[in-house]
Design a binder for this molecule. Structure first.
Ligand code: PLP
Length: 406
């Protein structure tokens, strides 16, 4: 195990499980990886990390990878944290930043989790992996499995964006289109564990994808000089990004490395076409009921039920944050507005966050001068179906009427 990992801990009832062997869930709920943070604090300082190569692996004292385990890596960079002044101005925000995860291999932040999960699975002797996916998780698993020389099975709803289908096929995964939603795909993977002898890499059904996502929070802290922002706005599906970041922040707080007392208010954004976490947050509940007839162009947010629902809701409440559903119709226009203003390849999921920011300003949840970080979880270009292109044509290149181009 990672040098400083002490054990795994059930997120629902704190049961301790040994690290160092293959683990999935406990009582149908996710596991935390726990570290000896006192020992980490003696072995490393923020400067230790900064001196190492600029990849997610530089935080190794806070990661589960054993020192002798080879990494499965596609060159995960530190992603840019970009000021967004033009978009900020249009939203009434003076200090808006975008953390651009579209730079990662396979074009989404799912790479962080899958790089970690596949590294750990291979180390623990797994040779066949399977995942249900709304899109990007499948693409990332297929890529990292190929990189590791492991077999991958991917199950996705039939209307998953075509680029996600293509990236899985290219990487040699066995891909199946399922007449159903991600929950149906999840059941296929779960029921196939025994007959197919594959390892289930579903969101939060193994403990290590979360540790990979945690690096998003570590990296953000480092990029801001260990001075976290006031508000983080995050598009929420299965919840690993939100939960992983919150775990990073609480570990950094325990280590005493943060230079600001208050942790960020975490905001979970969903579409009103699929908003189970928002509904549970507003009702004051700790668990979310499954959403019926889930639909949204932001495919990463089309998760009607999540095993980590209570972990998300706990993080939102502990942070003093909130959960917000935006009108489905607002997502693509907001995405386009963001790309137009900043040139950043903003995906529909992050477009939902842009729409949410307008609402959070109007309601007074965010003050104009507060520092806000919006996560762009993936590349816009993976969603070719989201924007119907009706471009004017030039039928005769020798007869261009320039007066009509304006
Ligand atoms: C998976 C995904 C999400 C949702 O992420 P979670 O951390 O699982 O909630 C958001 N955006 C994109 C682009 C995704 O692929």
């Amino acid at each position: 195990m990672g040098e400083y990992v002490t054990h795994l801990e059930s997120a629902i009832d704190a049961t301790r499980l040994p690290a160092g062997t293959l683990q999935t869930m406990h009582a149908q709920r996710p596991l935390w990886v726990r570290y000896d943070l006192d020992a980490v604090g003696k072995a490393a300082t923020p400067e230790t990390f900064i001196a190492r190569p600029a990849t997610m692996w530089r935080y190794r004292e806070l990661l589960p990878v054993p020192p002798d385990a080879p990494l499965v890596s596609l060159g995960e960079c530190l992603t840019p944290l970009l000021p967004a002044p033009r978009l900020g101005e249009s939203l009434g925000l003076d200090d808006l930043w975008i953390k651009d995860e579209s730079h990662l291999p396979s074009g989404s932040f799912k790479s962080r989790g899958m790089a970690m999960a596949v590294t750990m699975a291979r180390h623990l002797g797994v040779s066949r992996l399977a995942v249900p996916t709304a899109g990007n998780a499948g693409g990332a698993l297929a890529a990292y499995a190929a990189r590791a020389g492991l077999e991958a099975y991917v199950f996705m709803p039939a209307d998953t964006p075509v680029v996600n289908q293509m990236e899985c096929v290219l990487a040699g995964a066995k891909v199946y289109l399922v007449n159903g939603l991600i929950g149906d795909c999840g059941a296929i993977v779960r029921n196939g564990v025994a007959p197919m002898n594959w390892f289930d890499c579903s969101t939060l059904k193994e403990p290590y994808r979360l540790e990979g996502k945690k690096t998003m929070g570590l990296e953000l802290a480092e990029q801001l000089g260990w001075f976290l922002p006031d508000v983080i706005v995050y598009p929420t599906g299965g919840g690993t990004g939100l939960i992983g970041m919150w775990k990073a922040f609480t570990e950094l707080r325990t280590l005493g490395w943060l230079r600001k007392e208050r942790l960020p208010r975490m905001v979970a954004v969903q579409s009103d076409g699929c908003a189970p976490i928002v509904r549970a947050f507003q009702a004051g509940e700790r668990f979310a009921r499954p959403w019926e007839n889930a639909r949204t162009v932001a495919s990463g947010l089309r998760v009607p039920a999540a095993v980590g629902d209570f972990m998300m809701l706990d993080a939102l409440r502990e942070s003093g944050g909130c959960a917000l559903a935006v009108p489905e119709e607002s997502i693509v226009p907001a995405m386009q507005e963001a790309v137009k203003r900043e040139g950043i390849s903003v995906c529909p999921e992050a477009g939902a966050c842009v729409a949410a920011l307008g609402e959070l300003r109007r309601s007074g949840f965010i003050d104009p001068q507060e520092r806000v970080v919006l996560f762009n979880t993936g590349a816009a270009t993976k969603y070719v179906e989201s924007l119907p292109l009706r471009l004017p044509t030039i039928a005769d290149p020798s007869q261009v009427d320039y007066a009509r181009l304006a």
